[in-house]
Every structure is written in C-alpha cells, then in structure tokens.
Design a protein around this ligand. Structure first.
Ligand SMILES: [Fe+2]
Length: 269
C-alpha cells in the first residue's frame, strides 16, 4: 500500500466495508513482486507520458480536479522472458498477448481516465467504482483487463503445475476433496466459459472456489479474493492451439500453474 495512487483519492462509490477490505488485500496482490503496474509515469521505464491535457476554462476556476498531476498507469515488465513458457505458450503468443493486448488496455485506460474524476485512483478502486455502470464501461473494461493481465502473468511460471505447496494443498482438499477435483473444476470453468473471459481460483469466505467471469469482469466485484487465474480469451491461445481451448488449458494447468503465487495471495487474508 505504498502506492501513492491508493491514498488520498475520493474513493468514489466504495461504501461497502467488505469491499474496502478486499481492495486493500487486492492492492497488496499486485503490489508484490513484478507488479509495478501502478508505477507513476516518469518513474518507470517505458511509462506512457502523463496525461496532462488542460481543462477547458468553461467555468470559474473553483475546485478544479488536479488532473494535470495525475500519474499514468504503466505496463509492468513480464516476470519472465517471452519464451519462458514455451512450448505451452509460445513466444509469439506471449509477445502479442503482452505487447499488444495488455499494453492496449493500459494505454486505453490512461486515455479514459485522463482529466476525469477517476484520475488518481488505483486500478482496484476504478474496478469497484465502475463495475456494472454502463456510463463507465470503457474505464471498467480497461482497468479490469489491465489488472487481470498483470495477475495472469503471475499466475503462470516456467515449470509450474504439479502439486501445490502443502499449506495450499490442505485448503484445496478441504474445499474440493482433492487437488485433482480442483483441477477438473478449473478445466471445466475455463472450457465452459462462453466466449471471452477468465477462470479463477478464489477464496470466498472461509472456502476456496472456482469461478468464471465473462469478458473483463473479475472476482473483485463480488468480494471474492482472487488466488490465480487463467485467461481464456482467444488471443491467449489461438496462435498456438487455434480452436483447441481445452488442450491449451490442460497444458497450462499441468505445466504452468503457479501454485506458489496462489498461496501467497491466500496468505494475505
Ligand atoms: Fe488476455
């Protein structure tokens, strides 16, 4: 929570104490490790220029929002080389996915919030404040997709899959009966999600659960704590697997899933 974007902002629409607690936890999820996602422009390499368009002087200069001082979101580097997940996810797929799709969400979010009342809020605050509000669809979609992708890269690792660490395995067995049953639920969620979306392992109350979300949506809007995620948008696998989503997801589950990251997130409760 050292991120300056999470402090001193108006917290528009955040009135539910549970959501506030979740915001604090979810900010910590991305604040760890490679999640320099919220770095201010100018302080991180490759950061887009700070949006600083001056407000039109259509009204007396009373209580103008400090948009010109708002930091821009930056695309954090991948936590591994772009060929590190090969052959499950090729460097070609990873290059387009990260360098084009993820980057576009960050760039479009910066454009969407520049000069608005949302400037200066964290990704998590934006997601909760705009979820389900049709007038803020562009901010929600791009904020959520920026968050989801930063979380997704960390949900994978070279040499992943296999058995979870003992502490996580015990929680999985308590909720699903076995690691294999959890794996089956993740596979079913990922392959049954109609169209674009995400499959997630989450903590929901005292239990772990598998959920799926459509398009940009994520569990933060439902007061669930994400532990790991699998991207099932076609851009995540089509270059390598074409229409064979199940083959892609199976390979991710068995060879890339970062159980240690899930345990880290569970431990932040
Ligand atoms: Fe994606």
């Amino acid at each position: 929570m050292s991120d300056p974007r999470t402090t001193g902002s108006p917290a528009t629409g955040i009135t539910n104490p549970e959501r506030r607690t979740l915001l604090q936890a979810s900010t910590a999820l991305l604040a760890s490790g490679a999640a320099t996602h919220l770095a201010a422009a100018g302080s991180a390499s490759g950061a887009p220029p700070s949006p600083s368009a001056p407000a039109a002087p259509s009204a007396p200069a009373a209580a103008a929002p400090p948009a010109s001082n708002a930091a821009a979101f930056a695309l954090a580097p991948l936590p591994y080389a772009d060929n590190a997940l090969d052959p499950v996810i090729s460097a070609n797929t990873l290059g387009f996915h990260y360098g084009k799709h993820h980057r576009a969400y960050v760039d479009n979010l910066n454009k969407a919030v520049a000069g608005s009342a949302f400037a200066g809020q964290s990704l998590e605050q934006l997601i909760v404040a705009t979820a389900g509000k049709s007038e803020h669809t562009a901010v929600f979609n791009n904020a959520a997709q920026a968050w989801n992708h930063a979380f997704y890269w960390k949900s994978l690792r070279p040499g992943g899959g296999g058995q979870p660490p003992a502490a996580l395995k015990a929680r999985i067995e308590a909720s699903f009966g076995s690691v294999e049953a959890c794996r089956k639920e993740l596979l079913a969620a990922a392959t049954s999600q109609f169209g674009s979306g995400w499959a997630w392992l989450v903590a929901d109350g005292g239990k772990l659960a598998v959920v799926k979300t459509g398009n940009a949506d994520n569990p933060l809007t439902k007061s669930q704590r994400p532990l790991l995620t699998i991207d099932v948008w076609e851009h995540a696998y089509y270059l390598d697997y074409q229409n064979r989503r199940a083959d892609h997801v199976s390979a991710v589950l068995d060879k890339l899933l970062n159980w240690e990251f899930a345990l880290e997130n569970l431990g932040r409760g």
